[in-house]
Design a protein around this ligand. Sequence first.
Ligand code: FAD
Ligand code: FES
Length: 257
Amino acid sequence: MKDIQQTYMVSSVAQVNATYFCLTLDAPALAKQVKPGQFIHIKVSDGFEPLFRRPFSVYRAQKGRVEIFFEPVGRGSKFLAEKKKGDTLDVLGPLGKPFTLPGKNVKQVVFIAGGIGVAPFMMFSDRLKGHKAEKILLYGGRTKAHTFAMNEFKKNGVKTFVATDDGSVGIQGRVSELFPKIDIASTTMMYACGPKPMMKAVAEFAKEKGLRGEASMEEIMACGLGACLGCSIPTTKGYRTVCHDGPVFNLEELIFS
Ligand SMILES: Cc1cc2nc3c(=O)[nH]c(=O)nc-3n(C[C@H](O)[C@H](O)[C@H](O)COP(=O)(O)OP(=O)(O)OC[C@H]3O[C@@H](n4cnc5c(N)ncnc54)[C@H](O)[C@@H]3O)c2cc1C
Ligand code: FES
């Protein structure tokens, strides 16, 4: 516990557009250790409210700094949005099982993200810069304001395809309408993160086409350490905790009701 629980200084908090915030921590040890798909569990206030920590994917880890990318949806994330440079945060991490890196034989890597589910893929695409595979991101967001990160992905050599609910950018519709962009003939590895209906659609597509893939699941968490079982989800191997056995699972293990 001692090793993974640390206090880090906030080096910046920026509202990057109408929807999203980026919070950066000075955290050299964490930046070195963390792998794509892992998360950090943050105590967002000094008091007892809110009582539980809040989990966030690591968006970027470089030059001794760790960034999270988030949408303030409730009390905890709104506390984070109000942090200032020089504040400190008590952080547990890195936690959870990371994504499996694609092998050298993988010819196409497909990231499939819905909304804030895009967060773990930025760091993943940073780490895959030297991998020869074609990298594509199929992204579904509510509006243009939710497509903020696309330019950064392009800088990492990732081809991006976007679907928005209102058609303000990309095609109008769901991310599953972008599945024809996946080159089934290549050795493909799919990685998904987003709302459950999207994950279900990805899992069904992978099964139908015989493709391999992993999904990063989200559940409301308490301990974040596999102790309280509060974040358990049904899998083909029985109930598994998202915080400790996941958040990354093989697509074929997941059971969607
Ligand atoms: C492994 C993991 C990684 C995550 N990474 C990110 C990230 O990179 N960026 C980001 O913005 N968010 C991320 N989340 C979601 C984030 O943890 C929640 O949005 C946050 O905890 C909400 O806390 P709150 O106090 O602001 O909202 P609350 O007041 O607690 O809740 C506001 C609303 O969000 C819902 N909610 C709360 N927690 C979750 C959750 N874990 N999953 C789904 N819905 C939830 C509640 O049911 C409620 O409707 C991640 C969650 C997990 C489990
Ligand atoms: S949050 Fe306690 S077991 Fe996952």
